[in-house]
Design a protein around this ligand. Structure first.
Ligand code: BGC
Length: 737
């Protein structure tokens, strides 16, 4: 009893203190009361038995909480469930310290939005931030206060299944999106009851595994790491992300979870990060198979001394830290520092004031899947769709059609619509493509459907029936792609074409001569050159989430004009991977006039160019770009380079265009990419109207890591491109002194 009141006076009840102590000193007061075991407990995170997101779970986690051996729990949500667990911590453990509740809220919590790669294709930072605000509102209404997001891993390899969780291949855009997501989750203040702590992951460079295989080795130059992979994590940290998750991979021989340079020198030292670092799922244990620790005890020592504060699910801290402190291999200061960071997060979240702050039944009943959230989700689906091909204006579906056949294994598949990492999303509540089309078309149009085949097997038996359904219709929508589990974690593919016998189905349906629009569902760029040759229209829709079918129908019927643009290159074939827009010229660049010329950097059997480049996406209208104008051609270091272009909507409907600015540093201190995105604006241009888009860039935008790793620019000549995708060739040149 004495201990309890001591805690209340010294740390737990901020309302009744005469002096407002800083969170740090409050945490230190608590630390002074803790046994070593209790401190180690704060550094331990376990999954509940509600669901599991990794290979192992501990059934005794509630006993551990009771014993003060757990600091946070994940995979537990809903007010009653969370309250029950929190109650054990605050009523039955000796020090009554509340738990943090974490979860993978990756693209929505209950209202599921398009997968993150799809969201990025909207190029709409406000919408992205708002989606995280909604996700945080819903999650915090169900007991949660910590998300394992944003995932900001840059990736240039579509074989890697986790590209669906990221923003694509571009560092600059990825950094803006990373910051927007953190702001969305954490809102104005973590003290509010509808904001949650962000956890930027997976630190670092998890998106560059060799051969695109999940969990595989990462090896790259420091320059690539600093220039292409680290900035989005830094952007998230600068935006205030309260926690960071280590990655499974190694970088140049050092696994992230034992990388002192990464977690301490860079993250805390150079970047000034003051939140806490959690491992990925048992990644301390994985230091043993990585081959840098001979046993779990050594793994624990390496990771805690590298800068890890919290062990996710590995039980390594719980089992070995005590011994390691006693033997002097780990100092108690390291432990105290880690515990302090975790307790400070609990203070920031307001858990010491009210451990049940996120357990509000009223909020749970009222703030989940509201009509407003669903409406926003529907709009976000439409924003994320990318029109890849539209020969002879096949789309939108002409208004006079009397019957539409929605064919394919993904035509009416509720279970797939959520995509991987669907948090607490309920697949039964998803709107399929078939349902969305039926909702929109109304009773005057006959909507038929047939599966035709499965996503990924060799069964041809249902194709004929699908053909006869297609023949009866005026218009066919053909839903092809991957199932939701073909991307995401542990879902790399060596062959990224459309799986199973779907291409056989596609060929036969297209040969009927009916107008056909292909709707693609997938979590990564696919290799679809054959489909591109055959299909008159292709709409990339990713996995749209709860409102998938309605949002896609808005595009198919022309209620919304598509404006999404790819943030990851679609290759012509799988052998070109990794293929990305910001590549180098090389000393023997390909000759575009003769792409197969000998002694050039090319292939014997494939062009170098992609099927669809980064930044690409069509609209139902057309946009004409004027020449680029600049304020002048020669600049001093501190002068702004201002460039403008006029965009005229030359088609017959209003539309939004993502206008993109790229630069090319023509002569660098080290070799530079042929193009680098440095600006974009998404503008609405009404039909027949012209808008002027103006960009302003500074010498910072032209800077990069020189051979001595100084971040600076090269005086000299630059090319500046403005266009509707990364392959466009409209440019001007300028000089910076
Ligand atoms: C994933 C993380 C995730 C964690 C917890 C891991 O397997 O790599 O992204 O946050 O599980 O579910």
């Amino acid at each position: 009893m004495l201990l309890v009141s001591l805690i209340i006076i010294q740390g737990c009840n901020t309302q009744h203190e005469g002096v407002i102590l800083s969170y740090e000193s409050k945490s230190d007061s608590i630390i002074s009361l803790m046994t070593l075991e209790e401190k180690i407990g704060q550094m331990s995170l376990f999954t509940s038995d509600m669901s599991a997101t990794g290979p192992s779970i501990r059934n005794d986690y509630t006993d551990l909480i009771r014993q003060g051996k757990v600091g946070a729990v994940f995979n537990a949500y809903t007010v009653d469930f969370v309250r029950g667990i929190q109650k054990i911590a605050v009523e039955e453990s000796r020090l009554h310290i509340p738990l943090i509740f974490g979860y993978d809220i990756i693209h929505g919590h209950r209202t599921i939005f398009p997968v993150n790669l799809g969201q990025a294709a909207s190029w709409d930072l406000e919408a992205i931030e708002k989606s995280e605000r909604i996700a945080a509102t819903e999650a915090s209404a169900e007991g949660l206060n910590w998300t394992f997001a944003p995932m900001v891993d840059i990736s240039r390899d579509p074989r890697w299944g986790r590209v669906m969780e990221g923003s694509g291949e571009d560092t600059w855009l990825g950094s803006l999106i990373a910051a927007a997501r953190v702001k969305g989750f954490q809102g104005a203040s973590l003290a509010d009851n509808n904001t949650i702590l962000a956890c930027v992951k997976h630190f670092a460079a998890y998106g560059a595994p060799q051969a695109g295989r999940d969990y595989s080795t990462v090896d790259m130059s420091d320059r690539s790491l600093y220039e292409w992979y680290l900035p989005p994590y830094k952007a998230a940290v600068d935006a205030g992300a309260g926690s960071v998750m280590t990655s499974f991979n190694e970088i140049a021989g050092v696994p992230s979870t034992s990388n002192h340079w990464l977690l301490t020198d860079l993250l805390r030292g150079e970047w000034g990060f003051n939140g806490f670092v959690v491992t990925d799922y048992s990644s301390i244990n994985e230091l043993v198979p990585h081959g840098v620790a001979s046993d779990l005890k050594q793994a624990g020592e390496l990771s805690v001394n590298a800068g890890v504060d919290m062990d996710m699910q590995g039980s390594v801290f719980l089992e070995y830290l005590n011994e390691l402190v006693k033997s002097g291999e780990v100092t108690e200061k390291v432990i105290n520092d880690a515990v302090r960071r975790i307790l400070i997060a609990k203070y920031k979240l307001g858990l010491f004031d009210d451990p049940y702050k996120y357990c509000d039944k009223k909020r749970e009943a009222e703030e989940i899947m509201t009509p407003e959230f669903l409406e926003f989700a529907r709009g976000f689906v439409a924003k994320s769709c990318v029109l890849l091909k539209n020969e002879k204006n096949t789309l939108p579906i002409p208004s006079g059609v009397k019957s539409i056949a929605v064919i394919g294994p993904l035509a009416d598949s509720k279970a797939d619509m959520l995509g991987f990492w669907s948090a607490a999303g309920q697949w039964e509540k998803c709107v399929t493509l078939f349902e969305g089309i039926r909702n929109r078309a109304g009773s005057s149009v006959n909507i038929l459907t047939a599966k035709g085949c499965n996503v990924n097997d060799d069964d041809l038996s249902a194709i004929n029936q699908a053909l006869s359904v297609a023949r009866k219709a005026d218009f066919v929508v053909l839903a092809l792609g991957e199932s939701k589990d073909m991307s995401g974690e542990a879902a790399s593919r060596a062959d990224i074409s459309i799986p199973g016998v779907q291409m056989i189905l596609a060929e036969k349906i297209i040969k009927t001569g009916k107008p056909v629009a292909v709707v693609l569902f997938n979590g990564r760029p696919l290799s679809i050159s054959e489909l591109d040759k055959m299909a008159p229209a292709i709409l990339e829709t990713w996995f749209g989430g709860t409102q998938a079918g309605n949002g896609i129908a808005d595009i198919l019927f022309g209620d919304v004009n598509p404006s999404g643009k790819l943030t990851m290159t679609f290759p012509m074939n799988v052998g070109q991977i990794p293929l990305f827009y910001n590549s180098k010229n090389t000393g023997r660049p390909i000759n575009p006039q003769n792409p197969y010329e000998k002694w050039k950097s090319n292939y014997l059997d494939s062009p170098n160019t992609p099927l669809y480049p980064f930044g690409y996406g069509l609209s139902y209208t057309t946009f004409a770009y004027s020449d680029i104008r600049m304020n002048k051609n020669s600049f001093l270091e501190n002068e702004k380079v201002v460039a403008s272009v006029d965009i005229t909507n030359s088609g017959d409907r209003d539309g939004e265009e993502v206008v993109q600015l790229y630069i090319h540093d023509l002569v660098g201190d080290v070799t530079r990419p042929v193009k680098e995105l440095k600006g974009f604006k998404k503008v609405l241009v009404k039909k027949g109207e012209t808008v002027t888009v103006t960009f302003s860039i500074s010498s910072d935008d032209l800077s990069y890591y020189h051979h001595n790793m100084n971040f600076t620019y090269d005086p000299g000549e630059f090319a500046l491109y403005i266009g509707s995708n990364s392959a466009e060739e409209r440019f001007v040149k300028f000089i910076v002194q």
